[in-house]
Ligand binder design. Structure first.
Ligand code: ZN
Length: 109
């Protein structure tokens, strides 16, 4: 099992990668969305345009979550017992335990 130092190092690297990945995902969406909004299909379905924009924003949020989950999983920053990962790494780092199931995520040293 890792030490607190290793967990903290992995978390720092992961957050750095995540910020770049989220910028990348956002830029990708900003490139794709205008293309979709310019399609003849989009202009002929005015009633669906509002729903499409909402759907696009939901998909953007989901893609952020998927990217974050992939990066955290790859670096082993997900609870080995229950799989908790969303926003719990700071508490894991300070306590050494998963905030949800209390499983040990690294050895204090
Ligand atoms: Zn857990």
């Amino acid at each position: 099992m890792r030490t607190k130092q290793q967990f903290g190092d992995e978390l720092r690297v992961c957050r750095w990668q995540l910020s770049f990945a989220l910028v990348g995902v956002t830029v990708l969406w900003m490139l794709v969305l205008p293309v979709i909004c310019d399609l003849p299909w989009f202009h002929s379905h005015t009633a669906l345009q509002g729903a499409f924009i909402v759907l696009a924003l939901v998909l953007l949020a989901v893609s952020y979550a998927v990217v974050a989950k992939i990066l955290y999983s790859r670096r082993g920053l997900v609870c080995p017992s229950c799989g908790d990962w969303m926003g719990s790494q700071s508490r894991m780092l300070s306590t050494g335990r998963c905030p949800r199931c209390k499983a040990e995520v690294f050895h204090e040293s």
